[in-house]
Design a protein around this ligand. Structure first.
Ligand SMILES: C[S@@+](CC[C@H](N)C(=O)[O-])C[C@H]1O[C@@H](n2cnc3c(N)ncnc32)[C@H](O)[C@@H]1O
Length: 236
């Protein structure tokens, strides 16, 4: 199973295993995002692992910074040579070691299923994105009436240990986005297979969201600034 917490061996074999399992997270996430990004953008990949999720953004001309808890996974990513910066940090510990509004885009694939509550992560993403920046990510998907947790047994993790993964309902995700000032733009459900035989299906969903532009308060009667050419800006 490639969607599991890593070990050194796992880091070395991760890309092969992801390919054998048909891991579509990076392709689907980039597919939702690519009409909304520009070459030269700064991209932060949360849980970058070996770099699969942000590799398409790098190919599209973006500058990628990666954050991950695992030195082994960061090491495997480093050997690929294209990440501008790789930082070891736990997503559960806020604040993340980056300045406010320092990224045009935040990406995360195959990571959020390890977290029951995504609210603190989304708040941090909102802090790190500049106004108008985009957030492209994958979560475990919880259909109506389905369980929130999926326990993946030792037979599938390859570590002899069970792993608990979380599924998030679309409404729950929308709520966390909204309270963080992030507006949902697009979403697509797809399947992550837990094994190369593709016998165990884990439902996942990709999302694209945009950080709302903050509205600067002015004196009464003065309208907030819009982009050049915005409706109502021209005279006559
Ligand atoms: C299944 S891999 C996904 C890697 C990559 N994003 C991809 O799509 O192939 C999960 C990654 O999340 C990282 N991770 C898990 N828990 C984390 C945490 N609390 N903080 C930071 N990274 C974490 C793991 O080290 C691993 O690299």
């Amino acid at each position: 199973m490639h969607l599991r917490p890593p070990s050194r061996e796992h880091a070395d074999g991760y890309d092969d295993e992801a390919e054998r399992c048909g891991w579509l997270g990076p392709a689907v996430t980039f597919g939702l995002a690519f009409m909304h990004i520009e070459p030269g953008w700064s991209v932060l990949d949360l849980g970058i692992g070996t770099g699969l999720g942000s590799a398409p953004f790098h190919r599209a001309g973006c500058r990628v910074t990666g954050m991950d808890i695992s030195e082994e996974m960061l090491g495997a990513c480093r050997t690929k040579g294209w990440a501008a910066q790789l930082v070891r940090h736990d997503l559960a510990v806020t604040p993340y070691p980056f300045q406010d509004a320092s990224f045009d885009c935040v990406v995360s694939t195959g990571v959020f299923q390890f977290f029951r509550d995504l609210a603190p992560i989304f708040r941090e993403v909102s802090r790190l994105l500049r106004d108008g920046g985009v957030f492209a990510f994958v979560t475990g998907d919880r259909a109506r009436g389905k369980e929130q947790t999926v326990v993946v047994g030792p037979g599938f993790t390859g570590t002899g240990l069970s792993v608990t993964m979380y599924c998030h309902a679309i409404g729950e995700v929308a709520g966390w986005l909204e309270t963080s000032g992030l507006r949902p733009v697009d979403t697509l459900e797809f399947t992550a297979w837990m094994d190369p035989e593709r016998s165990l299906r884990f439902p996942v969903r990709a999302y694209l969201a945009r950080k709302e532009r903050s509205v600067r308060a002015g004196p009464p009667g003065v309208r907030p600034e819009g982009p050049p050419g915005a409706p109502g800006e021209r005279e006559g």
